[in-house]
Ligand binder design. Structure first.
Ligand SMILES: NC(=O)c1ccc[n+]([C@@H]2O[C@H](COP(=O)([O-])OP(=O)(O)OC[C@H]3O[C@@H](n4cnc5c(N)ncnc54)[C@H](OP(=O)(O)O)[C@@H]3O)[C@@H](O)[C@H]2O)c1
Length: 276
C-alpha cells in the first residue's frame, strides 16, 4: 500500500489519484496568477485559501477562459489540522498532488517588539510550519508523477529585515528548507524550487500595513510575470528563481556587506515609515 496520509481514514490506492497542482493562497495576488499559469499549461488545479467566494471567482475565471474547472478547498492554513483537512479533501475527490505550490503567506511591518505577538507567531505558522507540513505530506505522489514543489519565499529571505524581522526570517527559512529538501528529494526525481520575488503590488502590502509604497524603480514586477517565471523555473528544475534583473542583486548583498551594516540600511527605511 502506498498511502501518503494514513490518518485521513480515506483509502486511496497507490497511483489511483488523479494528479493535480495544489496551490495555496490562490484567492489573490501571486497565487491566483500561479493558478492561471498552471491551468494554461494543462494542469488540473486545486485552489486553497480561507476566502471561499474569492476562490470560487478565480476558479470561474479559469473555467471561463477555457481551461479545466479548478477545485476549491477553503482552509485556514494557520490551523494545526489544516494540512490534514486538505489531505482529506483531496482524497475524497480521488486527487493527489503531482505539484504543490506553497504560496500562502503574509508579512507585517513594524518593530517586532511593538507588533502583535500572536499575529507574528501566526506568520510563522503559515509561512513556515504549514509550508513544511504540506511539503513533506505528499512525497510519494510527487515522486509517482515526477512532479515538484514550488515554495514562494522572497528576496527578503536573503537579508536581515529590521521592520519586518519575523517576515524576513520566515522567508530565510523557506529558502534554506527548499534548497535542502531539493537535494534530499533529487534521487526521487522531485523538483523543488524557491521562488523569491521582489515587490509585487497585491493585497500583501495592505495586510502588512505598508501604506505608502515607494519601491526603487525597476524592482517591482507584476504577479503575472512572477508566476510565469516561477512556473518556468520549476519546470526547468531551478533551485532558486529571482524574477527581475534588479532583484537578482539582492542575494549577493550579504557577500559584500556585513549583515549588521545591511540591517542598518534596511532600518533607515523603517524609521521613515515610523515617522510617517
Ligand atoms: N507581494 C509582494 O510584494 C511579495 C514579495 C515577495 C514575496 N511575496 C510572497 O508571495 C506570497 C503571496 O503573496 P501575495 O503578494 O500574492 O499576497 P496576497 O495577495 O495577500 O495573497 C496572499 C494569499 O495567502 C492567503 N492566505 C493568507 N492567510 C492565509 C491563511 N491563514 N490560510 C490560508 N491562506 C491564507 C490569502 O488568501 P485568504 O485571505 O483568502 O486566506 C491569499 O490568497 C506570500 O508568501 C508572500 O510572502 C510577496
Amino acid at each position: 500500500m502506498d498511502m501518503d496520509s494514513p490518518a485521513t481514514g480515506v483509502h486511496v490506492a497507490a497511483g489511483k489519484g488523479r494528479p493535480v497542482a495544489l496551490i495555496t493562497g490562490a484567492s489573490s495576488g501571486i497565487g491566483a496568477a500561479l493558478a492561471h499559469v498552471f491551468a494554461q499549461n494543462g494542469h488540473e488545479v486545486v485552489l486553497a485559501a480561507r476566502r471561499e467566494r474569492q476562490l470560487a471567482a478565480i476558479a470561474e475565471r479559469i473555467r471561463a477562459a477555457g481551461y479545466r474547472a479548478p477545485h476549491i478547498v477553503p482552509v485556514d492554513l494557520t490551523r494545526a489540522d489544516s494540512a490534514e483537512h486538505l489531505a482529506q479533501a483531496l482524497a475524497a475527490r480521488h486527487l493527489e498532488p503531482a505539484f504543490l505550490v506553497n504560496n500562502a503567506g503574509y508579512g507585517l511591518l513594524g518593530p517586532a517588539a511593538k507588533l502583535d505577538r500572536g499575529e507574528q507567531l501566526g506568520m510563522i505558522d503559515l509561512n513556515c510550519r504549514s509550508l513544511t507540513d504540506l511539503s513533506l505530506r505528499w512525497i510519494n505522489s510527487l515522486a509517482r508523477h515526477r512532479g515538484g514543489i514550488l515554495n514562494v519565499a522572497s528576496i527578503s529571505g536573503f537579508i536581515p529585515g529590521p521592520g519586518m524581522s519575523v517576515y524576513n526570517a520566515s522567508k530565510a527559512y523557506v529558502i534554506s528548507f527548499s534548497v535542502g529538501l531539493r537535494r534530499e528529494l533529487k534521487p526521487k526525481g522531485i523538483r523543488v524550487t524557491a521562488l523569491c520575488p521582489g515587490p509585487v503590488p497585491t493585497e500583501f502590502q495592505a495586510r502588512a500595513g505598508i501604506l505608502d509604497v515607494h519601491y526603487p524603480r525597476g524592482f517591482d514586477r507584476s504577479a503575472e510575470d512572477v508566476a510565469q517565471q516561477g512556473y518556468r523555473g520549476l519546470m526547468r528544475n531551478r533551485a532558486v528563481v529571482v524574477p527581475g534583473l534588479h532583484n537578482k542583486l539582492v542575494p549577493w548583498l550579504p557577500r559584500f556587506l556585513p549583515r549588521d551594516v545591511l540591517a542598518g540600511l534596511v532600518y533607515g527605511r523603517l524609521r521613515r515609515w515610523e515617522d510617517a
